[in-house]
Design a protein. Sequence first.
Length: 119
Amino acid sequence: MKFTDFKPEELIGKLVLVESNTASSISKIKSVTKASFKIDSDSDASFRLSDGGLKGITSSRLDFGRFCNCSLISEDEAKKLIEKWRKNKLTREMRKALIEKVPTLCFEELEKINAIINN
């Protein structure tokens, strides 16, 4: 799906995957002009309709590694990404909790964990 596959007014409310060099998120398009669109985030940034890139940043302009790009996604894709991100967050939290708990575990508990890991 490309932005140019739609009339500008048809894009309002569509979901976009916003990827930057620090994070990814899902937002909705809140407004569209002939050449750009804005999303419903805290930022007041505009993105190009031609390629979803952050407006004002071009390949000829060095912006010290700043990167931000949008791509259209379906509701199913958004649900899958949200679920994946949720599982990744829970995995990180469980690992952190386990690492913090390891020094206080008794031999029997460590033995059970070892058996699970080595199966």
